[in-house]
Design a protein around this ligand. Structure first.
Ligand SMILES: [Zn+2]
Length: 289
């Protein structure tokens, strides 16, 4: 019987999704905490900064609904990097960047007000685009890092893969250092096991896809890491990227196979979120931001 918290560090909720069933499936397996990450929604078209404000409201409401089922939910809000593509097609890259910078300010304001925990997912576009779009994304990322330093909050990064851009981690570490944000406060979402190695993540905190093969390779390294599903709650793609009960199931599996013990579990799911995100993981569920 595991009596420590179990956290999924990167998942999404959708207004069309089956949030009660899925959140309950997570809790049934022993899951206790969710990082609910903002995402683009089918019902809110982003045409200006006020649309981001409305979309953030929706994420906050979805998280509140999840809490009403008994889970702890902490929210990350921010302009999704991929939005830069359609925004720039419509308004040009300068205006697109401006809209996203405004959206960053709104998200930081909500952090300030205690309504969300951090900024995310923000970063770079994960498919090939014109370089000027990635430059614009880098400027948005700089502004986020600056704001996170002031607010003392974490950020969740969405980027291209290190296979597609071998210089990626050096590039991001440079921006973090320039803006003075502690590298560990940058949570790199969608990591494979290789990014758990400190000489590859360069001090950023990896959030690892909770597959058996990743756990087998990553946990014995003894490094800090989060575990995620990137569940998107889309009724047309059920169980994508991974079903929401995966992290809880894999933690129990890791105990059974000897990959994890209570000390490691405490370090990864109590101490690490406490240190990086400033949250008390042992507090009772249902009252989080
Ligand atoms: Zn995601």
């Amino acid at each position: 019987m595991i009596d420590l918290p179990i956290l999924d560090s990167h998942m999404h909720l959708d207004p069309r999704g089956a949030s009660r069933t899925t959140v309950e499936s997570f809790m049934k397996e022993g899951g206790t905490h969710l990082f609910v990450i903002h995402k683009p929604y089918h019902n809110i078209r982003i045409e200006g900064e006020e649309d981001y404000g409305r979309a953030y409201e929706q994420t906050l409401e979805l998280a509140e609904r999840a809490r009403s089922f008994g889970v702890s939910a902490h929210v990350f809000l921010g302009p999704y990097p991929g939005d830069m593509v359609q925004l720039s097609r419509r308004y040009g890259v300068e205006r697109a960047k401006e809209i996203q910078l405004e959206a960053v300010d709104i998200a930081l304001q909500l952090v300030e007000e205690g309504l969300c925990l951090g900024i995310g997912e923000i970063g770079r576009i994960h498919f090939p685009v014109e370089e000027k779009l990635q430059f614009a994304c880098d400027e948005v990322m700089s502004a986020v890092f600056r704001g996170c330093r002031k607010a003392g909050c974490p950020v969740q990064l969405h980027t291209e893969s290190i296979e597609d851009n071998p210089d990626l981690m050096v590039h991001i570490a440079g921006i973090l250092d320039r803006e003075g944000l502690d590298r560990a406060k940058a949570i790199k979402h969608y990591c494979g096991a290789s990014l758990v190695q400190p000489d590859i993540n360069l001090g950023m905190t990896p959030s690892v896809q909770a597959s058996r093969s990743n756990l087998k390779e990553a946990l014995p390294l003894g490094q800090d890491l989060f575990l995620e599903t990137d569940y998107i709650d889309d009724p047309n793609r059920p169980g994508v990227v991974m079903p929401l009960d995966t992290v809880a199931k894999k933690v129990k599996w890791a105990y059974r196979t000897g990959l994890m013990d209570a000390d490691m579990h405490h370090r990864l799911m109590v101490e690490l979120p406490g240190r990086i995100c400033g949250i008390d993981m042992e507090k009772a569920a249902g009252s989080d931001r």
